[in-house]
Ligand binder design. Structure first.
Ligand SMILES: Cc1ncc(COP(=O)(O)O)c(C=O)c1O
Length: 373
């Protein structure tokens, strides 16, 4: 059997081990300790935001972020159709209604030209999601948000260190959300964080992640919250990872450059791009098959698997999710053709930080051979 080149592997080093061992030695293994505080403040500083609130994963970060906005039942949040379910469910769990926009065909993030047409008297928020490491075109989003007095909740889970016109993703909205799952550029195993410049949102997020204990009297509650706390052990890993983020991003960009070179001119696929106003961190190196090939990404993934290359399909758009149809969302024959095409024909190649040059050469050979016969 051919050994498979994995789609992702984290890169963990001695510093991570050292910091985790410090937690064990000192006994700070739960959700208080120096690593939590340092990870929160250093990540906020890195992204150019004032407050960091660490949580147990990126899905929790989105849920807490939307809860900070105090939506009324039926208030609307505009999200991309092409994203992970965490975005839509964060709006729904707050009593809101997710409203979708299609994707930009070049960079696969939300098509910012479609946002304004979706605004109603119930719209409260826009959630730009930086997809696979490429930033959303944020200036138009910010202009619309200002015009209609909407909050921006930025989902930067896939875009650690990516830049929009020289500013870090995650520093561009009212609240930003991150995931530190094992496949993210910096990881804590499982983990997430919210960032904000608002003292009020920060206080509310801290309360929501910790069961809404009231400061004046423990075990006294005026609101329901969650236990979404991150542990000091996880933050220890995160801090060590953050100390080497420049190296990790450089690896991602080098790998993308190698793929761009190795796949240049291969017929039947579109490669990822980087707009002149963006610094793409290529969290995952995605490709989209031409429809004319006559097969979809599932079939192509099976073919690559036989050649020893592991891949992952792109997101399946939100309006194609049975769970939402059953709940009465997106039933009106809504169509988002770009998101649908990405969902059907898109997949990402092995993009892990531990991927070697010879492995990425093998991936390019496999893709080229498959498509050129
Ligand atoms: C864009 C985006 N948002 C949110 C999440 C959710 O993060 P988590 O898996 O940590 O809950 C992910 C996960 O990969 C993601 O890709």
């Amino acid at each position: 059997m051919i050994p498979t080149i994995p789609v992702n592997e984290p890169l963990l080093g001695e510093r991570e081990v050292e910091y985790v061992m410090e937690c064990f030695r000192t006994g700070w293994i739960s959700s208080a300790g120096r690593f939590i505080d340092e990870f929160e403040s250093r990540w906020a500083e890195y992204c150019g935001m004032r407050y960091g609130i660490a949580v147990s994963n990126g899905t929790a970060a989105l849920e807490v972020a939307i809860k900070c906005l105090d939506l009324q039942s039926g208030d609307e949040g505009i999200i991309p159709a092409f994203t992970i379910i965490s975005c839509a469910q964060a709006v729904i769990y707050s009593g809101g209604v997710p409203v979708l926009v299609d994707s930009d065909p070049r960079i696969w993030t939300m098509d910012v030209n479609q946002i304004e047409a979706k605004i109603t008297s119930r719209t409260r928020a826009i959630m730009p999601v930086h997809i696979y490491g490429h930033p959303v075109d944020m200036d138009p989003v910010r202009t619309i948000a200002k015009k209609y007095d909407l909050r921006i909740v930025e989902d930067a889970a896939e875009a650690h260190g990516a830049e929009y016109r020289g500013q870090k993703c995650g520093g561009l909205g009212d609240i930003s959300c991150f995931s530190f799952y094992a496949n993210k550029i910096i990881t804590t195993g499982e983990g997430g964080m919210l960032l904000t410049n608002s003292a009020q949102y920060a206080e509310k997020a801290r309360s929501l992640r910790n069961l809404c204990f009231r400061p004046e009297r423990r075990f006294y509650h005026t609101e329901l919250g969650h236990n979404y706390r991150l542990t000091n052990l996880q933050a220890a890993v995160g801090l060590a990872q953050l100390e080497r983020i420049d190296e990790l991003i450089a690896r991602k960009r080098r790998r993308a450059a190698a793929y761009n070179e190795g796949l240049r001119g291969v017929p039947g696929i579109t490669l990822p791009v980087e707009e002149p106003w963006a610094s793409n961190v290529y969290w995952m190196y995605g490709i989209v098959l031409d429809e004319a090939l006559g097969y979809d990404a599932v079939e192509f993934a099976q073919r690559l698997k036989k050649r020893g290359v592991d891949t992952r399909p792109f997101f399946l758009p939100m309006h194609q999710q049975p769970v939402f149809h059953a709940m009465g969302f997106f039933q009106q024959g809504e169509s988002y053709p770009v998101a649908e095409r990405l969902g059907k024909y898109g997949l990402y190649l092995p993009s892990g930080l531990a991927l070697t040059d010879s492995q990425s050469d093998c991936v390019c050979d496999a893709v080229r051979s498959e498509l050129t016969g």
